[in-house]
Design a protein around this ligand. Sequence first.
Ligand SMILES: C[S@@+](CC[C@H](N)C(=O)[O-])C[C@H]1O[C@@H](n2cnc3c(N)ncnc32)[C@H](O)[C@@H]1O
Length: 214
Amino acid sequence: MWWLSLCDTLMTSSARRKLLEAFRKLVKGGEKVLDVGCGIGRLSSILKELGCIVYGVDISREMIEIAKRRVDGIFKVASAYNLPFPDCWFDAVVLYYLIDGIADPVKALMEAKRVTKIDGRVIISVLPLLSSVREKLTYKRFLKTSPFNGMVPAEVPPLLREVGLTLKEVHYVDDPLGTELPPSALKKKLDEAKLTHLYHTPIYVASKQTSSSS
Ligand SMILES: C[S@@+](CC[C@H](N)C(=O)[O-])C[C@H]1O[C@@H](n2cnc3c(N)ncnc32)[C@H](O)[C@@H]1O
């Protein structure tokens, strides 16, 4: 819960607007969209504002209760490994800052693919720090006290191939929640490490195609 409290603190209106503008390119009004690991509905509320029919699942009952109060959508307590929906049910399934925080990302991606319609999208984001940076920064120390498994963005495309999803696009969003430190503190660390451009969270858009077309 401490992590999501931090998320909410950092979620300024300008950050929310940037995330909304990024997702405007990724979903359409009227589409049925599932937010897996929705937490307290930070992204679900953006999907709702974009006119989607929003579904959200999270393993935390406490967070789902908050999401229900905040967002007009269908929210359920459920695991990413066992989604309570039929095959080919959603136009898009979003896993935002989820697969870098769970033990079996492949299983979660397979399950997301299962509930996505043919030609639908699976939209994935992980924390944006590069592995080389993790060595240089205090990231390892952070990992010991956070839920993250240490996955880096470069690991996402091979995982998509492994589960049979086709990577179509990568977008970048300046999402301050994509850093483990407040922006000013991270900037200082990056300056010390002589590194730049690490605020941007990559958003991978993959398509589920028929086995004959993929
Ligand atoms: C870092 S938070 C991200 C929340 C939200 N996607 C966002 O961007 O604001 C990760 C969320 O995934 C949830 N979670 C962790 N493991 C899960 C699992 N196996 N199935 C479903 N949700 C899970 C956590 O409870 C938490 O709400």
